[in-house]
Design a protein around this ligand. Structure first.
Ligand code: SF4
Length: 430
């Protein structure tokens, strides 16, 4: 990986006016947020805003910055260019393969609505460009913006939708590709890398930040859940052809547009058996809340190659408060990791990163224990896609919890677990 670029000076605060125009305010230095504490970032925390990232204007939230001389945290509450005019805070929604070091620094106003289900990373301005506090966590280019050309995507997708009119799963993926611009669905239609295999309309958890179902209605889900269970034949038609032909081919059950795939273990078991009868090439992966170890044992025996376990925390009380599990617990999730490791399979943690929580000493020590005891092969450092303040309230995260900083956290994990892979994506393991 090429050495990251850092700014020669401290970036300034940026804010947005009522029309959404973003401006820098040099009298205040940009601040970051670590689970509620405002932090002045180090130069090494910054990288240029990655290509393909988006800038979000945060309704009913005012930006916080630091006074350059005494480093006092200060609130900017009106537009310095138009006295009295209201302003809003700004955050970066980074392109894939980048992990946050600090979130956006702001003060939420009374009666503010929840922020939508995205990640809100700190952003500032220096030397005519935007800088964010993050690091590239995977060199793999599979979801880099530069890899996607809309015209070719449209052509290839329409051709396959025409060819496979009878296959409901391919028709569903067509919507994911053309409506939601899902990178995994796009790569499927482009015949490369990782392809998605959603199967389950239902789930046995009620995650606070679920992106496919928000029952409260106080926050909208970012995509609809699949409404049917594809047949083993429909799944095999998608997967076998992809595994036989794609570069670094992976097919993954468990997508953002579905519930929990382990609830469809019978169908998936039959599909894996049928796929492996056609080809032994490529990786068959399952993204899951890992709630049902016995079902996983059957899928491993049928030929599942890898498991990705979604995990907000290695601490039981935070796991339970977030997943709101129906008849399973963190203990079952850990047993699932043991079952897959004992079957000689590859296990990743899909670890939701939130600065101030992930790098808190209690969370770090709980994760260390999990890594020593259950020996997963890889951690995928995914940003938590949720309003940070809503998340912290939902799990009852104590204020003023001490945190070491994400860069020190990374160094310590790398030093203590030298064989553990750190990345962002599911690896192709065959
Ligand atoms: S496990 Fe997945 S599908 Fe189920 S509630 Fe959680 S995020 Fe949603």
């Amino acid at each position: 990986m090429t050495a990251p670029i850092h700014p020669a000076g401290q970036p300034s605060l940026v804010y947005a006016d009522t029309e959404g125009n973003i401006t820098d305010f040099p009298p205040l230095l940009m601040a970051g947020n670590s689970a509620g504490s405002f932090v002045l970032p180090d130069r090494e925390d910054f990288i240029p805003l990655p290509e393909g990232s988006e800038l979000f204007v945060l309704q009913d939230r005012l930006p916080v910055g630091f006074e350059p001389d005494n480093h006092e945290a200060l609130l900017l509450d009106t537009d310095p260019l138009r006295p009295g005019a209201p302003i809003q805070a700004v955050a970066a929604f980074m392109s894939p393969a980048h992990t946050a070091i600090l979130t956006s620094a702001y003060q939420t106003q009374k009666n503010a609505t929840r922020l939508p289900l995205f990640a809100y990373t700190a952003i500032g301005w220096y030397d005519d460009r935007f800088w964010t506090t993050a690091f590239r966590s995977d060199t793999d280019i599979r979801q880099d913006t530069a890899q996607f050309h809309q015209e070719r995507i449209n052509t290839e997708t329409r051709k396959k939708l025409q060819q496979y009119k009878h296959n409901r799963l391919i028709q569903h993926l067509g919507k994911c590709c053309l409506t939601y611009a899902c990178p995994a669905a796009r790569n499927y239609f482009l015949g490369r890398w990782e392809a998605p295999l959603p199967t389950s309309p239902v789930c046995n958890a009620r995650c606070v930040g679920c992106i496919s179902l928000q029952a409260s209605g106080k926050c909208s889900a970012t995509q609809d859940r699949i409404a049917f269970v594809p047949t083993p034949a429909e799944i095999t038609e998608v997967a076998a052809a992809h595994l036989q032909t794609a570069k670094r081919a992976i097919v993954s059950f468990g997508q953002g547009c579905e519930g929990e795939p382990l609830l469809q273990a019978d169908t998936i078991e039959m599909a894996i058996t049928a796929i492996r009868r056609k080809t032994d090439r490529g990786t068959i992966n399952l993204n899951s809340n890992a709630s049902l170890p016995k079902s996983l044992q059957r899928l491993a025996a049928a030929g599942l190659n890898s498991l990705r376990v979604s995990l907000n925390s290695a601490q039981e009380h935070f796991h339970t408060s977030y997943y709101r599990p129906q008849h399973f617990s963190l203990a079952d999730v850990l047993t699932s990791i043991r079952v897959m490791k004992e079957a000689g399979k590859f296990v990743s943690l899909n670890y939701f990163v939130l600065p101030g929580v992930t790098d808190s000493y209690d969370e770090y020590n709980a994760l260390r224990e999990l890594l020593h005891t259950f020996r997963p092969d890889r951690i995928q450092l995914r940003n938590l896609n949720m309003d940070p303040e809503w998340y912290l309230r939902s799990i009852g995260f104590p204020e003023d919890t001490e945190a070491m900083g994400m860069r020190l956290w990374l160094t310590r994990i790398e030093e203590e677990f030298p064989r553990l892979q750190l990345g962002y994506y599911n690896p192709s393991i065959r």
